[in-house]
Design a protein around this ligand. Sequence first.
Ligand code: PLP
Length: 366
Amino acid sequence: VVSYFSGGPAKIPNEVLEQVSRDVLQYGNTGVGVLEISHRSPAFLAILDNAITTIKELLDVPPNYRVAFFTGGGNGQFSAVPLNLMNRTGKADYIVTGTWSKSAAIEAAKYGTVQHVLPEGSTFMGVPDVSTWKLDPDAAYLYYCDNETIQGVEFATRPVPPEGVPLVCDMSSNICSRPVDISKFGLIFAGAQKNIGCAGVTLVIIREDLLDAPRSPHCPVILDYAVITNKNSNYNTPPVYAIHVLGETVSWVKRQGGIEEMKNRSDAKSKLLYSTIDSSQGFYVNEVKTENRSRMNVVFTVGAGEDRNKDLEAKFVEEAGKENLKALKGHRDVGGMRASIFNAVGIEHVRKLVVFMDKFRNENSE
Ligand code: PLP
């Protein structure tokens, strides 16, 4: 059995994989496979409805919010957010805590003024204290990334924008892993390929009044929140299969006990890893501020600073791979190791990993 710790595309629950692979050959009583059904057919409309309804139920989405599906991934939303929402005042506040919020800020700067909330030179080792933030009451929105997948930095609590400024959040890598009060947000988006399905579809939850925001005249129609939402995510040919996988994955989350259960599991899995790191007497190191340590992506190095040992890191990844502990290499931007423990990764895999970590440390400590 392979234990798979990929940062994305990531593990999908086996039960879901079995179902959706059967559906490729024969979907219900349609006589064809799910890849082949028309996006206007009753069968697909039911898939769409199941996905949207299950998301609403799981995340307790208030009635004045709409759920929609987009293509273009998380990066597509880096453009869609400013194209749809920035024109109200021409400027937006960005909280940059890692690679993905940084990319979003760079993209948004093409369409208006991006204002950085955090002090210059902030390192990506946690969320700086709120007393150091600069928030503009005239910003068109306040943007942040709830979980930085590469740096392993997660917000402990939601940022509070000035009165009247919508809060926009990238939840690509921690959606459905803890309860969220949707009513506090203007918009949430999440690429599906980590916690809620496969690549090809991006979930958007948007407060209804923002569909009337003055969008850029250059906003492409397929990124237009009002168009796609008002067409029930069926404006052009949507990614039928990816939406089906998403629907089946969130239905699985529901059967497992819902978001509370996912939170408990994520807490247990991440605690096991961080306690193994912290009790390794400096052999393994995670330098993220304790309260911002990600429950989804646990990054670690062998040693730190001058004592960091990249040769041992390479050896770790190689030997772990031989024991079927796969995809533990850190993102190419930061190196080291990263164990991504999204919802579909069971705690039994994390247990195997910590046993390996202890063994590797015993064999390679001086
Ligand atoms: N946002 C976060 C938090 C991510 O982890 C990623 C990808 O890993 C992205 C955005 C970019 O998503 P995509 O590759 O779908 O454009």
